[in-house]
Write a protein that binds this ligand. Structure first.
Ligand code: SF4
Length: 386
């Protein structure tokens, strides 16, 4: 019996120009209808009617630029071509300012039971700095509209650690978000990605990233604040109001479990290998229109690659890495392979092992990038039989 499948539908349309975003988006909305038809054809091409699906995620870009009838068409194709569980988590990403209450009500009627709203902040100054198109007032209205529409599972994205951010301003943002009663929060520390306007601002001396120690301090304070208020900190940036509200979809990625992606540039993974679609949206639409597959490429993962991904994804989470799984990939004992580093982490209170898992503490999570890079060095320098 194969693992239940996670399905991801990639919507490349977006009209915003956020300063921290390196995402290539399509702004020509007249391409939406041919795009939706093309994705529907791709779903039919990959039909597996006996394959159980436990989560469907419509992400982007800005999927909320699509009318609900188009989202309904995509979800209808998934339900026709796969065995979608009755209690499946069906999520749509929403950008404040692109939808109103009736859009949310119509969405709820299509069986979508979870929305993730890209609020980022309830502070207009911060939103302006990030280059977001919505205001704090619009963000509030969007969240209220989602609740009024009766969507059961509402999540919000928030960004913190922006340059010169006052710590109280951040906690005001967090308290405002919590005040709405959401079931999920994603709190991302701002990153300066190459190729983004923000990176160019930094290079020009117009924006200074917050220093590492301050980021670590704010990360720990955020985790403590939310944990003390009943939130479950299950992944470095993700918090759920109760374990049952963790994102099932993203947990599939972090547990390195199978998923199938639809749309331009979407990736799929079957536990052994990965494949991806072409990025070019016009080519994608043309190919599907001609009955062709939008294949962009594929690779079979070696044990080394699988271990690398298990470490990179697993160490982000409270669950950490499955020791037996890691041992089956390296063919030797976990500590024999990762010592002295693994034991040093434990001795320094940055990691713990228990119930067959190796996971990072809050102190360890503050240094995730460095720790993962050390694990990666060990994995990349080792000899693997396959
Ligand atoms: S809304 Fe999302 S995809 Fe669009 S520019 Fe902003 S971060 Fe990027």
């Amino acid at each position: 019996m194969s693992d239940p499948l996670a399905i991801y539908i990639h919507v490349p349309f977006c009209r915003a120009k956020c300063r921290y975003c390196d995402f290539f988006s399509i702004t020509d909305l007249s391409m939406i209808e041919p795009f939706v038809n093309a994705v529907t054809r791709e779903i039919e091409q990959k039909r597996e009617t006996d394959r159980r699906v436990h989560t469907v995620y419509v992400g982007g870009g800005t999927p909320s630029l699509l009318e609900v009838r188009r989202i309904e068409k995509l979800l209808g194709a998934v339900r026709q071509c796969f065995d979608v569980a009755d209690d499946a988590e069906v999520t749509v990403e929403v950008n404040p300012g692109t939808v109103d209450k009736s859009w949310f009500s119509d969405l709820a009627a299509t069986g979508v039971n979870r929305v993730n709203i890209g609020v980022q902040s309830f502070d207009d100054q911060k939103l302006e700095f990030l280059g977001r198109v919505h205001s704090a007032g619009t963000a509030r209205k969007s969240v209220e509209a989602a609740f009024d529409a009766g969507i059961g599972n509402i999540g919000m994205d928030l960004i913190y650690c922006v340059p010169n951010e006052d710590v109280q301003a951040w906690f005001t943002d967090l308290e405002t978000a919590c005040g709405f009663g959401p079931s999920h929060l994603s709190c991302y520390t701002l990153t300066f990605e190459k190729g983004t306007p923000l990176f160019r601002m930094m290079e020009a001396g117009r924006a200074d990233p917050m220093d590492k120690e301050s980021v670590a301090g704010r990360f720990k304070a955020t985790s403590r604040f939310l944990t003390e208020n009943g939130w479950f900190h299950y992944e470095i940036s993700n918090f759920a109001k109760g374990e049952e509200n963790r994102s099932r979809h993203n947990t599939t990625y972090w547990r390195n479990l199978p998923y199938t992606g639809f749309g331009p540039g979407a990736h799929s993974y079957d536990g052994i290998g990965r494949s991806w679609n072409r990025n070019d949206v016009s080519r994608y639409i043309r190919d599907l229109g001609a009955g062709k597959k939008p294949d962009g490429g594929s690779e079979t993962l070696s044990n080394r690659q699988q271990l690398l991904e298990t470490a990179m994804l697993g160490l982000r989470t409270r669950e950490g890495m499955d020791i037996k799984e890691a041992e089956s990939l390296v063919g030797t004992d976990f500590y024999t392979f990762f010592n002295p580093f693994a034991e040093t982490l434990e001795n320094r209170g940055m990691a713990v092992s228990g119930e067959g898992r190796f996971f990072l503490t809050l102190e360890g999570m503050c240094r995730l990038d460095d720790i993962v890079s050390s694990f990666a060095d060990r994995i990349l320098s080792a000899t693997f039989s396959s």
